[in-house]
Design a protein around this ligand. Structure first.
Ligand code: DGL
Length: 269
């Protein structure tokens, strides 16, 4: 199985695209909904929670885990890759979502002015800014943290009027920083669940990147370059869902987001 981890429902936007690109692969999704949002938590806590989740996915039999969460990718990925994996099992892999997203910017932007919205943790970590500077030194990155967006999704309010208020306010605050922003990164995997609202307030000339598709393409490429990992992936088109919240609550909201029945199991990390 390929493990897919997020603090809550956001990783489903990545899982959807992964299943589209790798329809035969088996997936195990883990949402730490009971402790979401991660975006306002300290570096140490995000690292600790993410490592617990990765260990659980390894114990369940995953050889490859995708951190389908920008906050966890920003705050925990490097430590897990460099400090923990060599002790746990050097043959296993944990991959994040930030690097592939930044790689896609070159083809997307003409002005080199990039807009980024994300959780307070992702924005404060400067992970995107640093990667963008490394890969595209001429580009400029404009950022804005949106602390209310993840709670709106986690509480099932993504389609409500409250969501309109915050999305309009936050998109306005981001775009007012430069008239030349032509590419928008939704730097949080929860945000595509607010896409109908976001599209209402983003002008037509601004391209909104589909992070799920970018990450899925990048994983297909990774598996092509790593046949030893590809060979470990079981292929029966099965998906299991684990959540640290009530299973019935997760199943109801996840079914709504994915447009197909989800039957989740509750676990303790
Ligand atoms: N989906 C997570 C991300 O991509 C949300 C973080 C949170 O729980 O605040 O950043």
């Amino acid at each position: 199985m390929i493990g897919v981890f997020d603090s809550g429902y956001g990783g489903l936007t990545i899982l959807r695209e992964l299943r589209h690109k790798l329809p035969e692969a088996d997936f195990l999704y883990l949402g730490d909904n009971a402790r979401a949002p991660y975006g306002t938590r300290s570096f140490d806590l995000v690292y600790k929670f993410t490592l617990q989740a990765v260990r659980r996915l390894f114990d369940e039999g995953c050889h490859l885990v995708i951190l389908a969460c920008n906050t966890a990718s920003a705050k925990a990925l490097r430590s897990i890759q460099q400090r923990d994996l060599p002790h746990i099992d050097p043959s296993r892999r944990v991959l994040g979502v930030i690097r592939p997203t930044v790689e896609a910017l070159g083809a997307a932007s003409s002005t080199g002015h990039i807009g980024l919205v994300g959780t307070p943790g992702t924005i404060a970590s400067q992970s995107y800014n640093l990667e963008i500077e490394k890969l595209y030194p001429g580009f400029r990155t404009f950022t804005h943290a949106c602390p209310m967006w993840v709670p709106l999704v986690e509480y099932g309010e993504a389609a409500g009027d409250g969501a309109d208020y915050f999305v309009r306010k936050d998109i306005g605050a981001l775009l007012s920083q430069s008239a030349d922003i032509d590419t928008l990164i939704l730097g949080c995997t929860h945000y595509p669940l607010l896409l109908p609202k976001i599209e209402k307030y983003v002008p037509e000339g601004v391209k909104i990147l589909n992070q799920g598709r970018i990450v899925a393409d990048s994983l297909v490429d990774y598996l092509r370059r790593h046949p030893e990992m590809d060979a470990k992936i079981t292929r029966g088109s099965a998906v299991r869902y684990l959540t640290t919240e009530r299973a019935d609550k997760f199943s109801t909201l996840a079914s709504l987001f994915l447009g197909q029945p989800v039957d989740a199991e509750q676990i303790v990390l």
